[in-house]
Write a protein that binds this ligand. Structure first.
Ligand code: AVI
Length: 312
């Protein structure tokens, strides 16, 4: 497919060109999430090795009443990176007369499908989906009740700590009641390694989907079989790094550019930071929140933090 000048002027085209022509080669993980990427991420959440989703769902389920009491009555929930809306259903079941739900996600198609399904299941709830990148300027519609943020899945770990602080600061400005946020904990590197190198290769497909998306949307000619998935834990930085490694010398064409990659060259596609409870509380404090309660599973794999806005 020959790319049109329009597609080559898109933000994604710009991000891919920048990533491939600068060293170190690096791109934001937000570009994983086209419709197929969102579907693959949902499949990752079902994998036996990928413990965060199940562990967080267990925490929400076991502590739903306690959580609901702390969040308070008639709140409007704002879910960041909403995806399939599976987790927020548990919260909605426990909350006292929730005033509404504002799910925000970058993947419009996936968001609208999940929101329509939820609206059908809960006709009395005001569900107002917002397809947006909450890292960019975002204007929320007028609130329908005290606002509580819900940011599950440890998606905060996909931001660099400085970016994470800035994002939390912005959230503190939007949320008058507080933020419930899921954060993956520092743990045995073998468990982390397995979670990002699953036996069925779904994470590898998710990683390579970035290239498939560039082929489909930008007319690029990545040969997927010539790119290896690599994910490893960096203990000093407390993060999983995900890369795509060129398996051979090759030339890739993207929007009029011929880009040369040597065997072994890497495109860094994602970081997934892990935090201790105290480490995350420090970050939250530096962003204008006061950590209140934290729920942790018995194996200490995952934490759910309830953060209140710090008193002015
Ligand atoms: C969305 N995010 C929290 C996932 C994570 O674990 O960092 C994305 C992911 N990447 C590979 N597997 C899952």
């Amino acid at each position: 497919m020959k790319p049109s000048p329009d597609t080559c002027a898109s933000e994604f085209a710009h991000a891919m060109q920048e990533a491939l022509t600068h060293t170190p080669r690096r791109i934001s993980p937000k570009w994983f999430y086209d419709a197929e990427g969102s579907r693959l991420f949902d499949a990752i959440c079902e994998l036996p090795e990928y413990y965060p989703t199940r562990t967080e769902l267990g925490l929400l389920d076991r502590n739903a009443n306690d959580i609901a009491r702390r969040l308070g009555p008639r709140v409007e929930l704002v879910e960041f990176g909403a995806g399939s809306l599976r987790k927020v259903r548990l919260l909605l079941d426990a909350l006292d007369r929730p005033a509404g739900l504002l799910p925000i996600d970058i993947s419009a198609e996936h968001l609208h499908a999940s929101a329509a399904q939820l609206q059908q299941d809960r006709p009395g709830l005001a569900v107002r989906p917002l397809a947006a990148d909450f890292m960019q300027d975002l204007v929320l519609p007028p609130a329908q009740g005290p606002r509580v943020g819900f940011f599950p899945g440890s998606s905060i770990g996909n931001f660099e700590p400085d970016e994470a602080r800035r994002l939390l600061q912005r959230m503190a400005g939007w949320l008058d009641r507080g933020l419930l946020i899921g954060v993956d904990l520092v743990k045995d590197p073998d468990l982390l390694h397995a979670a990002y190198n699953d036996a069925q290769g779904v994470t590898a497909r998710f990683n390579r989907n970035l290239l498939a998306r560039a082929n489909a949307e930008l007319g690029a000619d990545f040969e997927l079989s010539r790119w290896a998935h690599s994910a490893f834990y960096h203990p000093a930085l407390q993060r999983i790094e995900m890369h795509l490694i060129s398996r051979s010398d090759q030339v890739v064409h993207l929007c009029g550019h011929a880009i040369t990659m040597a065997e072994g060259d890497s495109l860094h596609t994602e970081n997934s930071y892990k935090y201790t409870v105290a480490g995350f509380q420090r970050l939250a404090r530096s962003a204008g929140f006061e950590p209140e309660t934290v729920w942790v599973d018995a194996r200490r794999w995952f934490a759910l933090h309830w953060l209140k806005p710090a008193a002015a």
